[in-house]
Structures are given as structure tokens and as C-alpha cells.
Design a protein around this ligand. Structure first.
Ligand code: S3P
Length: 339
């Protein structure tokens, strides 16, 4: 017999179990289900068609998923379900947990949470091995094809999960010096199939001198011109649709043109940290000419205050980074992309 863990309404384990599909749940009891969506780099999603012999929603299209077994995590469950249903191993895929929803069905005595996972992985059609008693076939469908199937009422749970099929945006990471833009970019590129553009590094490579020397030799204004020129070129390069994470220089928001260009191109994510955290992170750097001779918490706080509005007004959403690992910040950003 297969058992499921019973969760409370806040998705906490209660320590109790239920028999799978035994719809006899009390109003404050929930079980957990997972759905896993796989997108290939050509923008196609793997979807399967339910066999006609199913009593519920026969012949409908869906993605892999099922109940989380007692003792299992939702990640373990989604990996297992995808393996069982379509024969693919997503343990090395990019992506991960995207979002959840909750359903209370008092009459049916069936309350549950659904965790949605989005994976990015390339695979060939011949790698797909569908479980024949469950699925009548599969298809590699574009997001528009899935939408059309849903409009005919033939795609299961589409309204609840449609954000998982959204096209991922270009991402700009902005924020004060030392908020972790470069480190977080690297962690984010492990989850998203994106390339990284490091603005500061690109400027250094092109100018063939460190930022401190550019400031010293030509002044801040010249550096800001290089920045604007680069932001403009980046925005053009994004037109080919290839997805990028742009790790911006801390002062890129200072110019109105830069803010406008970035806003037109994609999602702008603001990383924040307290002046104390910033000082800890940058105090040994000789690559921040803006802080030359002013490496104090007080100076950082004042400059931050001056730029605060610009950062906030430019960003689509902000993430606090104090005390968090780059990996957890990257996961937070990933989850925010589905909102
Ligand atoms: C600056 C931040 C730096 C760099 C330059 C100016 C700023 O980037 O572009 O020193 O004005 O805040 P980081 O935020 O990557 O340190």
C-alpha cells in the first residue's frame, strides 16, 4: 500500500499519514502533489496525453507529476515521477522549484498543495519513454501550442500552472557595490540556462585597464560614458533572444538613459545589503574608486541613501542579501520570475 504524508494548512508535516487517494481528509489536512515541467533550449515543452481509459480527464494533455510519498521530499517526488512517466533523469537539469498552489475541496475531502518544478534540459525525442498504461503519447509543444490546447479545455491544470510556461526574461542584476551581483550571477547561471555579461569586467577588458585607473586617468564621467555605451550595446545584443544575466556596475542606475534601456529589455533585480555588510565585503578592495579614502560605514550609508530611490524605482523586485548564500539568493530570484 502507498502512503502519503499529511500536512497542515501551512504545509507543515503533521507526522500522520494517509493511504494514497483515500479522500477522507479533515478540513485542516492536506497532501502534497508535484508537477514537473521540462523545457528544451528550443523553447519546446514535453507534454503527455492521458490514456483514454482513465476515469478522470481521459485524453487530456498534462505534464508529469503525482503524489509525494510518505517520507519523500517534493523534489525527490518530481524526479521520480518524471523518470517513471517519461523516462528522463532531471537530476542534472537546470531549474528547480518554481511555485506552489493550494486547493481546499471540502466536499470531496481532498485538500492538497501542488509544488511546481521547472527544469531546463535538452533531450531527444527518442530519449522519451512514456509509461504506456498512463500516457497514450507525448508531444514537444511550444508555449503557444500549449495555450491553444488549454483554450480547447484539453490541458490539465493550465490556469494554475500557466506561469511555468512563460518565457523567461533577460535579467539585469543591479545594486550597490558589494551586494553580490557577480557572485549571484554565477549562482543564477547554474539554475537558468543563461550566459553572464559582467559589465565591469567587459569595460576593463575593452579599456585594457582596471576601473580604478580609468577613473584616475579620465575621470568618472568618462567611465559613465563607457557604461552607457556598453548598456546600449548589450540591449542590442539581447535582440537575438538568447538569454543573458547582466551583472551591472553599481552606478549604472545613475544615468536615466541606462535605466530606460534596461527597463525595456527585461527584468531588473535589485540586490540589497546593509552598509555594515557592504563594508565587510568591500573593505579590502582597491577596485572601488568611488569609495577611495571613504571606506567607512557612514560614507557607504550616505551614498546608498542618495541612490536608494533610483535603485528601487528601477527594479522590478528586490532581494535582501545579508547573511544569505549566493545559491539561496539565486533560488529566490528564480521563484520571483514566475510571479
Ligand atoms: C561603481 C560600482 C562598481 C564600478 C565602479 C563604480 C559605483 O561596480 O562599476 O567602481 O558607482 O557604484 P560594483 O558594484 O560591481 O563594485
Amino acid at each position: 500500500m502507498e502512503y502519503w504524508d499529511i500536512y497542515d494548512e501551512n504545509k507543515q508535516l503533521t507526522g500522520n499519514k494517509m493511504v494514497r487517494n483515500d479522500w477522507n481528509m479533515k478540513p485542516d489536512q492536506f497532501h502534497l502533489t508535484v508537477l514537473g515541467v521540462i523545457e528544451r533550449s528550443d523553447g519546446k515543452f514535453l507534454i503527455t496525453k492521458r490514456v483514454e481509459t482513465k476515469s478522470w480527464a481521459p485524453g487530456h494533455w498534462e505534464v508529469s507529476g503525482g503524489g509525494v510519498m510518505a517520507g519523500e521530499t517534493s523534489y525527490e517526488a518530481v524526479v521520480r515521477e518524471i523518470k517513471e512517466e517519461v523516462g528522463l533523469d532531471v537530476t542534472k537539469a537546470k531549474g528547480g522549484y518554481a511555485f506552489s498552489y493550494k486547493r481546499v475541496n471540502l466536499e470531496e475531502k481532498n485538500n492538497y498543495f501542488v509544488d511546481i518544478y521547472k527544469f531546463y534540459m535538452d533531450f531527444k525525442e527518442e530519449d522519451v519513454k512514456i509509461q504506456e498504461n498512463e500516457a497514450a503519447g507525448f508531444k514537444l509543444a511550444t508555449r503557444n501550442e500549449i495555450k491553444e490546447i488549454a483554450q480547447k479545455g484539453e490541458f490539465l491544470h493550465y490556469d494554475s500552472i500557466k506561469n511555468v510556461f512563460m518565457e523567461n526574461p533577460q535579467i539585469f542584476l543591479i545594486g550597490f557595490m558589494g551586494t553580490g551581483k557577480s557572485t549571484v550571477s554565477k549562482a543564477l547561471a547554474k539554475i537558468l540556462p543563461y550566459e553572464i555579461i559582467e559589465m565591469d569586467q567587459t569595460i576593463v577588458d575593452e579599456a585594457k585597464m582596471p576601473i580604478a585607473q580609468i577613473f584616475e586617468k579620465y575621470g568618472e564621467n568618462y567611465f559613465r560614458d563607457l557604461e552607457t555605451n556598453l548598456v546600449t550595446r548589450i540591449s542590442k545584443s539581447l535582440e537575438d533572444g538568447k538569454k543573458k544575466i547582466v551583472s551591472c556596475g553599481g552606478g549604472v542606475v545613475v544615468r536615466e538613459t541606462n535605466r530606460q534601456i534596461m527597463k525595456q529589455c527585461g527584468k531588473i533585480v535589485l540586490l540589497t545589503a546593509s552598509p555594515k555588510t557592504i563594508l565587510d565585503r568591500v573593505k579590502d578592495s582597491d577596485e572601488r574608486p568611488i569609495l577611495n579614502g571613504n571606506m567607512t560605514e557612514d560614507y557607504i550609508e550616505k551614498l546608498m541613501e542618495k541612490r536608494d530611490e533610483l535603485y528601487k524605482n528601477t527594479a522590478d523586485f528586490a532581494i535582501k542579501t545579508d547573511g544569505k548564500s549566493a545559491e539561496s539568493i539565486a533560488e529566490e530570484i528564480f521563484v520571483n520570475l514566475f510571479k
